[in-house]
Design a protein. Structure first.
Length: 441
């Protein structure tokens, strides 16, 4: 039986055009632009200067505080700029620009294709490798992984869930990673099991990924304690709270975290990066990025170096159609419209989508007819229509009572609204205003 969460959810068209396309290399651009903040928390502290020579895997910026992560070079060459450069959203942000000269890697990185299966005994050594590799949550949150894998005093974890759902339309990066690097992901799960002191790991995969399900299921027979659970193809099945409810039946209370119900959820891309860090001494400087959409000639799944301009990848996928309406970083539901198509790929970039006007143009709003569709769709059981009214009237007390901070910003409400109201935008604005108000108290 397929698993799913009990409240809300929608069924958008999947458009998994890239699901059958193998991971390939797009090559290297002439220059990469590496942001020093690719994670939640404090930006990394820059450790290089203009004119410095670096190799693939060289440290560029060190973690600056507990909630931070180091940044490594994805190419070899010369640092030509250390300054603010326009990023994805059109704002200037600190970046390190490197002119590519060959492809020379740090000697400590194991570049062989051999799968390493013997996990180190020392948990402190494992954590140190994960920390120094700059690994963060690659499902989009960007939370530094060493913190997430350290159990706070008084808490207990009994279930590790690997998130292989990838419920956003068009995206196929995690699907291809499971198909092509399945055993490495499973070994990564065993590494996390060792850190957490548990035996149980569940790899959750959407039912619309039959090849990944077949491959991973076959591989798990060699590893005690690692199992596959197939989940219903419903959005947002990949949300942490929704996935925990589907797999374990446990509900994460309002204001609480997965660890409060004994669970830790890690994206399969993050777990693969953990394997590479611990077993191959490889920092996180590249990831799989899906290039897709209905306005590009061909789709692709590229193993992309961090800092590569998005436009470089787009050019590798052929002609762009005349009806291009929007370029999106990430998925169409929770991704962001790219103000700058030359913005660099980061650790968190799962995809670049080129969508037609038919898929991206916003239709005119009409009055709310109180049909209740947004309430039925919300996976958190919220009232998006009431939140929209409260935020437009600046009623902070009502927003507090409506539990708007529980919103996971999945966009299900806006997707279902026949009046085409910007319900997701209202929820985001409401959360921002409420947090600002609470900070001032």
């Amino acid at each position: 039986m397929t698993k799913t969460f009990p409240i809300g959810g929608i069924h958008p068209d999947k458009h998994k055009i890239a699901g059958d396309i193998a991971i390939s290399s797009p090559g290297l651009p002439e220059i990469v632009y590496i942001p020093i903040k690719q994670h939640i928390g404090a930006p990394a502290k820059i450790m290089v200067n203009k004119g410095d020579k670096v190799k693939v895997g060289s440290l560029l910026a060190a973690a600056d505080g507990v909630v931070s992560a180091p940044i490594h070079s994805s190419v070899s060459g010369e640092v030509i700029k250390v300054e603010d450069i326009i990023g994805e959203f059109g704002y200037y942000e600190p970046m390190i620009a490197i002119k590519v000269e060959g492809d020379v890697w740090e000697d400590c990185i194991d570049r062989s294709d051999e799968i390493v299966r013997e996990i180190p005994d020392d948990c402190e050594e494992i954590i140190a490798k994960i920390r120094s590799a700059g690994i963060v949550g690659m499902g989009g949150a960007g939370y530094p992984t060493p913190i997430k894998t350290t159990i706070p005093e008084g808490k207990k974890v009994d279930c590790l869930i690997l998130n292989g759902i990838e419920c956003e339309p068009f995206l196929a990066a995690d699907d291809r990673l499971m198909q092509e690097k399945g055993e490495q992901i499973i070994i990564g799960a065993k590494i996390l099991n060792k850190l957490l002191g548990i035996q149980k790991a569940i790899i959750a995969i959407d039912e619309n990924k039959p090849k990944a399900i077949e491959i991973i299921t076959k591989l798990t027979k060699r590893y005690v304690g690692v199992n596959v659970r197939v989940c219903e193809s419903k959005y947002p099945q990949g949300g942490e709270k929704q996935l925990i409810a589907a797999i374990t039946g446990r509900e994460v209370p309002s204001g609480k975290l997965p660890i409060d119900v004994g669970c830790i959820v890690q994206n399969v891309g993050t777990v693969f990066a953990i394997y590479e860090a611990v077993m191959k001494n490889k920092p996180l400087f590249e990831r799989v990025v899906t290039i897709s959409g209905d306005s590009i000639e061909k789709s692709a799944n590229f193993m992309t170096r961090v800092g590569t301009p998005a436009s470089f990848l787009i050019e590798k996928c052929g002609q762009i159609s005349d009806n291009l309406g929007q370029i999106v970083f990430g998925g169409p539901m929770m991704g962001t419209s790219a103000v700058n198509p030359d913005a660099p790929i980061t650790k968190l970039t799962s995809g670049i989508l080129l969508l037609s006007c038919a898929l991206s143009d916003k239709q005119p709003e009409t009055p709310c007819i109180r049909c209740g569709k947004c309430l039925d769709a919300c996976p958190m059981g919220l009232q998006p229509n009431a939140i929209a009214r409260a935020v437009r009237s600046h009623n902070l007390d009502a927003l507090q009572e409506l539990h708007v901070l529980d919103c996971i910003e999945c966009g299900s409400c806006a997707y279902t609204c026949p009046a085409r109201l910007p319900l997701l935008d209202c929820c985001k604005l409401a959360k921002m205003e409420l947090r600002q108000h609470q900070t001032k108290k």
